[in-house]
Design a protein around this ligand. Structure first.
Ligand SMILES: Cc1cc2nc3c(=O)[nH]c(=O)nc-3n(C[C@H](O)[C@H](O)[C@H](O)COP(=O)(O)OP(=O)(O)OC[C@H]3O[C@@H](n4cnc5c(N)ncnc54)[C@H](O)[C@@H]3O)c2cc1C
Length: 330
């Protein structure tokens, strides 16, 4: 675990829909949580299929003192965490962690370009407000599939005026990352939060614009991939044992449940700690991490077990060498 986490109870104060698939939830923690860096999130304990799980939600600045505001997108093709969040009613109790931030933003620059894709807008409101308070004029590009999906648009517009640029695909407005990054002054920082495809495109455009990789900050929310989420098989190279990874579990969970002790840290496809060596692929790997480069993903010599998936069968070497391999006697 990367952060010292402190779990405590909170009560759901109110819920309201901000867009057809985005629901605002206001929480009142039992104990005051103090201040937190802009862009922070909390973890929330949820029951998914009766199993305790955790999901993370970015904090949106709250109008009511002593409360925490989040906005949750109802995810289709999902294990059910967001559905559990959508089922919450005012008065319900739940367990949350103290706020913490994964963004590593250098706050000393003069120019900030914030880019939000879909629900990736949630951390941006707090970050934009913090920059505005410092007297800086951040530009926010907000890309959505349709104008109706643009939750928090009015609040951002009130804060930023014409420095908020909405790119709604249904009215033919698409964000041009190459042009956006090339137009930035040399000391600019870009902060990106959005789906994996957007992050990959942003990283490529940032590189192509000849900018320092460390000046691009990003956070990943989810692990959606190119292929639909489905069952696949993992074969252990040293034994030939095969493990089924069901669609509602990660490869990391399936390997650990089978006794292969794959170590992990972030479990969001960012740190690479859970990467396993891939020896053969019968089918196709769907890399859902932001750890490996496009070239590494193409060669598929490794995959992040926490988020990446496959179609077919993948043979891996987990580097786990116990005296008695699990299932070897079976
Ligand atoms: C720091 C942080 C901040 C976040 N902030 C927000 C926020 O403000 N608002 C918000 O709505 N969400 C936020 N999220 C995402 C949120 O934590 C949940 O992931 C989201 O609600 C979906 O949960 P789920 O259980 O419904 O979907 P999941 O089952 O987690 O599915 C999410 C995606 O993962 C894929 N997937 C499904 N099953 C698997 C599997 N077995 N293995 C791998 N991938 C799979 C699916 O294709 C789907 O697209 C944040 C995440 C992080 C890490």
């Amino acid at each position: 675990m990367r952060f010292a986490e402190h779990w405590s109870f909170a009560t759901v104060m109110a819920t309201r829909d901000l867009a057809p698939t985005i629901r605002e939830i206001v929480l009142k923690p039992d104990a005051p949580v103090g201040t937190w860096p802009p862009g922070s999130h909390i973890n929330i304990a949820v029951l998914v299929d009766g199993r305790p799980q955790r999901r993370s939600y970015s904090l949106v600045p709250s109008m009511v003192e002593g409360t925490l505001r989040i906005a949750v997108r109802l995810a289709d093709d999902s294990r059910g965490g967001s559905r559990a969040m959508w089922a919450l009613q005012a008065g319900q109790r739940l367990e949350i962690t103290n706020p913490t931030s994964l963004f590593e933003i250098d706050w000393s620059r003069n120019t900030y370009c914030l880019i939000a894709g879909g629900i990736g807008v949630t951390p941006m409101l707090g970050i934009a407000a913090a920059l505005a308070r410092k007297g800086l004029d951040p530009i926010v590009h907000y890309a959505v599939k349709s104008r109706a999906d643009a939750a928090l648009h009015e609040e951002l517009a009130d804060l930023l005026g014409d420095r908020l640029l909405l790119h709604a695909a249904d009215v033919g407005k698409r964000l041009d990352l190459d042009a956006t990054f090339r137009a930035l002054p040399a000391d600019a920082i870009a902060v990106v939060c959005g789906p994996l495809r957007m992050l990959d495109a942003a990283r490529q455009a940032w590189r192509d614009a000849g900018r320092r990789p460390t000046d691009l900050c990003f956070e990943t929310f989810g692990s959606s991939g190119r292929l639909p989420t489905s069952d696949f098989r993992v074969r252990i190279a040293s034994t030939g044992n095969e493990i089924m990874v069901p669609r509602d579990r990660s490869m990391l969970d399936a390997l650990n449940a089978a006794g292969y002790e794959v170590i992990s840290d972030c479990q969001r496809g960012e740190c690479g700690v859970c990467a396993v060596d891939v020896t053969t692929v019968e089918g196709e790997i769907d890399h859902r991490d932001v750890f490996f480069s496009a070239h590494e993903k193409q060669t598929s010599a490794k995959m992040c077990a926490c988020v990446s998936r496959a179609r077919g069968t993948v043979t891996v070497d987990t580097l786990y060498r116990p005296d008695q391999l699990p299932g070897a006697a079976a």
